[in-house]
Design a protein around this ligand. Sequence first.
Ligand code: HEM
Length: 147
Amino acid sequence: EKDKGLIRDSWESLGKNKVPHGIVMFTRLFELDPALLTLFSYSTNCGVAPECLSSPQFLEHVTKVMFVIDAAVSHLDDLHSLEDFLLNLGRKHQAVGVKTQSFTVVGESLLYMLQSSLGPAYTTPLRQAWLNMYSIVVSAMTRGWAK
Ligand code: HEM
């Protein structure tokens, strides 16, 4: 319950500027693993990561990711209601060539974004609360890889 409060309060401010925060997250992601950029078929329309992240298609994906995080935060009391949606989302990511191991670096990028936007409000309990929610989302998505 304390976890939920920490997540909701922090998302309340961040969620107002989803796209800029998503850009911070994906800039970090492509820094940590530049190869992920190539999984986007439309990455051929741009050169380096910063350029890609300002293109409409990438911004659209960033927006989608933030929408999913937003949905998870608003369903903290019944995350299992998102299971089917997340399983399907996992399937789509398997289809485009994402490996489940990449979710580790996605998680690091999420924490990096939280840290850089929350500053001193980014505490150990807050970090843990987000990690807990993220691991529930990832395990639901990961079921999409099962045959
Ligand atoms: C769709 C790649 C992480 C949410 C896609 C697509 C690609 C892609 C190539 C299809 C093209 C598009 O819709 O833009 C990746 C890569 C990721 C990643 C490489 C990191 C390893 C995530 C995460 C979320 C997410 C963490 C949310 C939790 C979505 C959504 C769609 C999508 C909602 C649209 C699915 C649909 O068409 O129904 N992703 N993605 N992605 N992605 Fe990701």
